[in-house]
Write a protein that binds this ligand. Structure first.
Ligand code: S3P
Length: 172
């Protein structure tokens, strides 16, 4: 069955865009982080604190594969790091998969993340100055993996509807 995968850095709008895309297409949306939280009964922060990032990455890979193999059509919103671990980037090009990288600039990401960092263990304890530098470097490192997506949509300066329309054109 068909899977539409949305990926991109923390704060690029994956969940918001996926929710709207789901309403428009009536294809159900699952957010990988939320599925992990439901399955473990722990928040992402708690998983990082209690079990460490390596454990989180293992869970993330296993549950991503499970979702890909599920028998329904699905929109899957990945975590910002998902494509960058466990060869998950190679799973972005399989049969019946459409993967879309939501590409945002450092400035867009910084503006969105600075007001919304508490639930994100990788940046929760960083000052504003540290965050900007971290995002710039991290995004550079991760772009290699994000660029394995089949399609790319730039989100800077666009409304949710505009981005969803760009995605619908790609999927048409
Ligand atoms: C992470 C991004 C988060 C979450 C975890 C790690 C990352 O997801 O999976 O905190 O490595 O970039 P969002 O991109 O939905 O914030």
């Amino acid at each position: 069955m068909r899977k539409i995968i949305l990926l991109g850095y923390m704060g690029c709008g994956k969940s918001t865009i996926a929710n709207r895309l789901s309403k428009t297409t009536t294809i159900p949306f699952l957010d990988l982080d939320k599925v992990i939280e439901e399955k473990t009964n722990l928040s992402i922060n708690q998983i990082f604190e209690q079990h460490g990032e390596i454990h989180f990455r293992k869970l993330e890979h296993e549950i991503f594969v499970e979702l890909l193999n599920s028998p329904e059509n699905l929109i899957i919103g990945l975590g910002g790091g998902t494509p960058c671990y466990a060869n998950n980037h190679e799973l972005l090009k399989g049969e019946n998969i459409r993967s879309i990288y939501l590409k945002a600039s450092i400035d867009t990401l910084f503006e969105r993340l600075v007001v919304n960092k508490d639930k994100r263990p990788l940046i929760a304890n960083k000052s504003e100055e540290e965050m900007k530098e971290f995002i710039a470097k991290h995004l550079f490192d991760r772009s290699f993996y994000y660029n394995h997506a089949q399609h790319k949509v730039v989100v800077d300066g666009k409304s949710i509807d505009e981005t969803v329309n760009d995605i619908l054109e790609i999927l048409a």
